[in-house]
Design a binder for this molecule. Structure first.
Ligand code: HEC
Ligand code: HEC
Length: 283
């Protein structure tokens, strides 16, 4: 599954439609962005974009210098998931083109597009996305371009098992979005939608053979989950492999408030599932 791919990406790294029609929708709380999206000057905007690029693993797959990596180099049977040299590609993208790409899962040249978790990135607010774009533009076009991705047997199998291209994934994640758990968890829901869903699926139900349903968070206290999302140390086992890596390298860049909101949402969802199960028993 793509899952393996992301795993490899991380290993090699060791290293809303929110804005939709404002007129029709009730005003959303201004807080539905990552913290720091209220940047007042260019330096603050770029710092915000950089933090988002780290949290969302752009540098994990495309390399620290964004000049590209074969994310599945360890598994030729899977294929070559070449995460291209972004510094060379940004010149071809206007800000508007880039927004369209992230909102739709279709790149500028219109080809079928795979593997990159655009299905989660699509939910980034305009202010967050603008900062990310500004940060990507600070990289001078340098280096050579990688060949297009090559789909090997492993990849084709994943596609047979339902891994859609990003356009399909983007649509599915919209149709099956995260449950609304009330106003107090709206911010957490936003933060979780752009990060955890990439690996834990659109409603945190997990991907078979890859990630657990995050109702497992019900077995964690708030403190334990906060610790996992800061240091990577798990409760069921200390070393959770890829999960520990992404927490240590990426989620450690959450602000304290962001992490609390993520923990609050994930725990509330786990509680809601448990309540439902008890209701079921009573029937
Ligand atoms: C899990 C690995 C992974 C992550 C994380 C990832 N990418 Fe990618 N990215 C890829 C791969 C693979 C491709 C090529 C996909 C294809 O050609 O079908 C790609 C392609 C691209 C492209 C080229 C689009 C085009 O027109 O060809 C851009 C730009 C890009 N990524 C930017 C980003 C940014 C910005 C982030 C972080 C928000 C990011 N990527 C995160 C793997 C990743
Ligand atoms: C790059 C993929 C990836 C991302 C992104 C990701 N996870 Fe995970 N997560 C995993 C994998 C893989 C496991 C299974 C680890 C294992 O059992 O060894 C896991 C397991 C977990 C567990 C269970 C730990 C246990 O004790 O068994 C929790 C809780 C969790 N993730 C929370 C989160 C939260 C919250 C987010 C978003 C902030 C998130 N994950 C984002 C890959 C990911």
């Amino acid at each position: 599954m793509r899952v393996t791919l992301i795993l490899l990406a991380l290993a090699s790294m060791t290293a809303c439609k929110q804005q939709a029609n404002k007129a029709e929708e009730p005003a959303k709380p201004a807080a539905l962005t990552w913290e720091g999206a209220d940047y007042k000057d260019e330096a603050a905007k770029l710092a915000h974009g950089k933090r988002l690029a780290i949290i969302h693993d752009c540098t994990g797959c495309h390399g620290d210098n964004l000049q590209g990596l074969n994310v599945t180099a360890d598994d030729p049977n899977y294929g070559d998931m070449n995460a291209p040299n972004v510094t060379l590609l940004m010149a071809k993208y206007s800000d508007d083109d880039f927004r369209k790409f992230i909102r739709s899962g279709v790149p500028k040249d219109g080809r079928d597009f795979w593997f990159m978790p655009v299905e989660s990135f699509q939910f980034l607010s305009d202010a967050d996305l603008d900062a990310l774009i500004a940060y990507l533009r600070t990289f001078k076009p340098e280096g050579t371009q990688l060949p297009p991705i090559r789909k090997g047997k492993g990849f084709e199998k994943d596609v047979e098992h339902g891994l859609g291209n990003t356009k399909q994934q983007v649509a599915r994640y919209q149709a099956e979005s995260l449950p609304n758990l009330g106003q107090e968890h709206e911010w957490g829901r936003y933060l979780v939608s752009t990060t955890c869903t990439g690996c834990h699926n659109s409603q945190l139900q997990g991907y078979e053979g890859f990630t657990p349903n995050l109702d497992i968070a019900g077995t964690y206290s708030n403190e334990e989950l906060t610790k996992l999302l800061t240091t990577g140390e798990g409760k069921t086992k200390k070393d959770l492999g890829m999960m520990s890596g992404i927490a240590r390298n990426h989620f450690s860049h959450f602000t304290t408030k962001e992490r609390a909101a993520v923990v609050g949402y994930v725990k509330a969802r786990a509680d809601a599932i448990e309540d439902q199960a008890h209701d079921g028993e009573r029937d």
